[in-house]
Design a protein around this ligand. Structure first.
Ligand SMILES: Cc1cc2nc3c(=O)[nH]c(=O)nc-3n(C[C@H](O)[C@H](O)[C@H](O)COP(=O)(O)OP(=O)(O)OC[C@H]3O[C@@H](n4cnc5c(N)ncnc54)[C@H](O)[C@@H]3O)c2cc1C
Length: 434
């Protein structure tokens, strides 16, 4: 319980209101977001936010402690312990929970038991409660994060700004981030498809943000799994899973704090309602009402983000297209409204059609650029004697800039120039000679 969950700590505005969080829980109010493409094209997102709208950045040790203390004040009994297993002597009887208690301090803990009527498993991605009910496995991403204390002038840059980096270098299927915290920044990335490469992706995220974070001191390194989808089973008898234990993290954004809090509350409400405020025993049917409500409320949100990840995180050209799209005020408004208020916002039909055309255009452009660039292998990553490279993108000018001329002066194999459309890298060994 005294641990600190490895986490970026970004929370939506609706969580602050809905869970009545005090202002001092929030380290930073982010009102500007930079989306940074594989070629380092930057798009500022946040123009559509009103004066009162922001993304909350918090430290999990602060947020979790606040929520626990408040629950205790409202009558919950808080036990510091490690859940080990549970059993049920008869189908209608109580569950006997076995846990190692840390109430007397020490690292090992003292075995204790507790009898309970129902169990809500909120024990995260490596949930033991999930194992106890044979909930089944899920795919997971591994996320890595370093908390870096940077010089004050650099911190000032991040005062109300977060950055999201996309590209094969920072992650083959996710994004890298720099999130501002109280007196430091959290720099991290994640991946599902190449977990063994996570340190290399982290290095690339640090490199991409280097100018803005160099001179910093790493004060904490953390890593943890992130579920990719719900477990096959989330409820059995009077046991239900919530949060990461159930598998409620959205694709694309990797967001799970709000859904963990919300599912926990919904499961508790189902028990209160089903037990008629504790006057009768609940059953599986009562707990399942929480699952039905949760799925009905958020199915579309999960689906949309799943599709977005599949379409836009699959290649550098697609990521370029994604960042390009984020320039649109309409896209920004829709994205922020969906994130901040957790509803898939119905849009303006005319703008939706425009967005569809724009999306298809961006993707076509990205794909055409990729094919064109691949047809010039002799220029890619070469050290031959030249001062400029030309990345041929597409023969159809309506698809966008067909050729990009790249100045190779100042480049080297370690610091190549990157084509802003294709993400391909170019350098010249002998530019100084000219
Ligand atoms: C690096 C990283 C960055 C992330 N960034 C963000 C972000 O910016 N915004 C966002 O919304 N989400 C983010 N997430 C996802 C988010 O952290 C989770 O979705 C969220 O914390 C889930 O909450 P939870 O309470 O279900 O699980 P957890 O936060 O994992 O909490 C589980 C708790 O159970 C305890 N526990 C585990 N096993 C036992 C046991 N056997 N007995 C007793 N206690 C146990 C753990 O110690 C922990 O306190 C990130 C995740 C990672 C890994």
């Amino acid at each position: 319980m005294n641990n600190c969950k490895p986490c970026g700590g970004a929370i939506p505005l609706c969580m602050v209101d809905e869970f009545d969080l005090p202002a001092d829980i929030i380290d930073r109010k982010v009102t500007k977001m930079k989306m940074i493409s594989p070629s380092n094209r930057e798009v500022d997102v946040g123009k559509t936010l009103s004066e009162t709208e922001y993304i909350g950045m918090c430290r999990r040790e602060v947020l979790d402690d606040y929520l626990r203390t408040r629950a205790k004040k409202h009558g919950a009994t808080v036990l510091n312990g490690l859940f080990m297993r549970m059993e049920q002597a008869t189908a209608d009887g109580p569950y006997t929970v076995h846990f190692n208690s840390y109430k007397d301090g020490g690292k090992v803990g003292k075995p204790e038991t507790l009898e309970v009527d129902a169990v809500i498993g909120a024990d995260g991605a490596n949930s033991r409660v999930a194992k106890e009910i044979d909930a089944g496995e899920y795919d997971y991403a591994i996320a890595f994060q370093e908390r870096i204390r940077i010089p004050e002038d650099k911190m000032d840059y991040y005062k109300d700004l977060a950055e999201m980096y996309v590209g094969d270098d920072v992650s083959p299927d996710f994004y890298g981030w720099v999130f501002p915290k109280y007196d430091h920044v959290a720099v991290g990335t994640g991946t599902v498809i190449n977990k063994t490469g996570i340190k290399q992706y982290q290095q690339a995220t640090r490199d991409r943000s280097k100018v803005k974070t160099e001179g910093g001191k790493i004060i904490r390194v953390e890593a943890h799994p992130i579920p990719e989808h719900p477990r096959p089973r989330r409820c059995k008898g009077r046991v239900a899973l919530v949060g990461d234990a159930a598998g409620y993290v959205t694709k694309c954004s990797g967001e799970g704090i709000y859904f963990a809090a919300k599912s926990g509350r919904m499961a508790a409400e189902a028990i209160v309602e089903g037990s008629v405020k504790g006057t009768r025993m609940v059953g599986e049917r009562n707990l399942r009402t929480y699952l039905d409500k949760f799925d009905r409320k958020y199915w579309a949100t999960y689906k949309v983000l799943d599709i977005l990840q599949k379409v836009f995180y699959r290649s550098n050209p697609a990521r370029e297209a994604f960042v390009e799209m984020c320039e649109s005020d309409y896209v920004q408004k829709m994205t922020f409204d969906s994130y901040l208020y957790k509803t898939v916002v119905p849009g303006n039909p005319l703008d939706d059609v425009r967005l569809l055309v724009q999306t298809v255009g961006s993707l076509l452009r990205g794909n055409a650029l990729r094919q064109g660039a691949n047809s010039l292998p002799e220029a890619a990553s070469s050290g031959r004697r030249c001062l400029s490279a030309a990345a041929k993108a597409a023969d159809d000018p309506s698809l966008g800039c067909p050729v990009e001329y790249i100045d190779l002066r100042g480049t080297s194999i370690d610091q190549p120039a990157v084509c802003k459309y294709t993400g391909n890298k170019y350098y010249s060994d002998d530019w100084q000679a000219h």
